[in-house]
Each structure stands twice: as C-alpha cells, then as structure tokens.
Design a protein around this ligand. Sequence first.
Ligand code: MEV
Length: 310
Amino acid sequence: MIRESAPAKIILFGEHAVVHGQPAIALPFPALRAHVSISESATELEFRSVDGSLLAAPHLPKKSDPLLLQMLLTVLRRLRIVAPEISVLLYSEIPQACGFGSGAAIATALTRALARHAGRPISAAEVNDIVFETESIFHGTPSGIDNTVIVHERALCFTRGTDPLPVQIDQSFQLLVADSGDRCATHIPVSAVRERLQLHPEGTAVILEDIGAIVNKALRVLASGQPLALGTLMYKNHALLGKLGVSSPLLDRLVSAAGSAGAAGAKLSGAGRGGVVIALVKESGSADVALALQDAGAVQIWNTTIQATN
Ligand code: MEV
C-alpha cells in the first residue's frame, strides 16, 4: 500500500492582498494532515473516505462529489494515468472551508500517492503546478500561496509570479489557532474583495498596499529575534482585513477576546468570513487566552509552536 500525506497551512500575514500581487507569509500547520493511501483493486477506480463512503469515481459521476471528482480527474490527466484499477482512500484531519487549505492538502497527498503508484518520479515543482490547477477548481482565482506552502512544507514568503522565499525566523514563538466554527468557501470572500476593488479601486488598492507593507515589516521582525513584536502588526492586519469586508462579528469577537486576555496579537487567518483566528501568546499566558477564545465562541483551539529556522 502506498501512503502519502500533506499538512494544513496557516497564513501569518497578507491573505487577500496576495491575490492582488502583494507578498504574504504562510506557515505549514503539521498538527493537521490529509492522508491518502492507494491499494490495488479488482474493480474500477474509486476514491473513498476511510468510513467507506464513496467520494468520487469516474464511472459513477452522479454519485461523486463534483469538486473531488474534478480534482481526481485533473490529477490523473496531469500524470497521464489512464483507468487505473485502484482504490484510493482519504483520511483528512483538516476541517474544510476554514482557512487551513484542506483542498490543497488533499490534492498534494493525492498527486504524490498516484505518482508513486504509477512509478513516476515527480518533483515538488510539478506537484505544486498540478495542485495549483486543482485549486483553480475550488477557488477560481487562487494566488498559489496555499499549494506552495503545503507542497514545500516550510515557512515562506510568497508573491504571485515569483519564486517563494524561505522566511528567516530567529526565535520560535507560540500561536493559538482557534476555529470559529463558521465555514465559508474561499471563493466567496475572494470574489467580494475583487468586487470591492472594481467598485472602489483607489481605496481598496491602498488597503492592499498597507497589508503588503505589514508583511514586509513582519519579515524584518521575524528575523530580529523579537517575535512578540509581531503582535501589533497582527492587530493592524486584522483591522485592514475588516475594512476589506472579509472579517465577521464572530471573528472580531475572537480577536478582541484574545487581546483582552493578554495575547500579543491576533487576526483572522485565511480567506475569512468564518474559519480560524490566530493569536500570538507568551507561554505563560496561553491558557488564559485559550479560555477567553473558548468563552468568545471558539469551537476548537490548537496550541502550536512555530520553530526558529536555522
Ligand atoms: C486563502 O488561504 C488565502 C487567500 O489569499 C486566497 C489566495 O491567496 O488564493 C484568501
């Protein structure tokens, strides 16, 4: 049996602005992973969840989840695999539509597993290219940041149309990742920002540029060994995302609850209108902030350490 997996991701700074050419910083979130395994089967190709339910099968299109069927067909076409007699099993720990890059993680694990099964060596760049194509099915106009950080599984600074740059992190720091429980498909806030840009080009462009400036400051702070100084930048980034119209009353409540409980910074992460909030905490104060997030409505909270790079 062939097994592959890929991590979730979080965006530290710069979501949405990155779609419009600004830089953004993304981190892998390996606490949550999508796992794919492949075994031989005597029947036609089927893509199932571990509980046995059918996710997608090219010979049963009506019984398939349309997006997962598209993903499967895209990966098979790109790998030039024709009518394989295999059973593909998916077990994903990553909640969907909440900013973790679930679709990109599934597509990454699927591409690697199918390539290995076909005995076809595949570079990270090619996996990234294939997963980007599948992302376009889900999101219409992705920037490419989600697939890139998930495929490379390292902290990076991403600007559309250029090679991703490794991010230097001089001192490790702690983040709480709080799930608001609200779900919103990525393409909805992404389209809303695009519409805003069309309706109010100048005002929106200023917001996007201000977010880009925050990203550049954050890169310097990350390299400075004073990670708690990221906090102010996180609050500013969240406020700008609110101005873009991609926050929500619940996300704002979570951010301010984290702040009142002593978080150095907090912001929504990912496309917004639901999904997760990240809060920068000191080891000593993390329990208070976690409790405050829970009281404010978070349905699940992960405590993660972002390690310094060498
Ligand atoms: C989604 O994780 C990040 C967005 O900036 C969309 C994208 O970059 O494709 C909202």
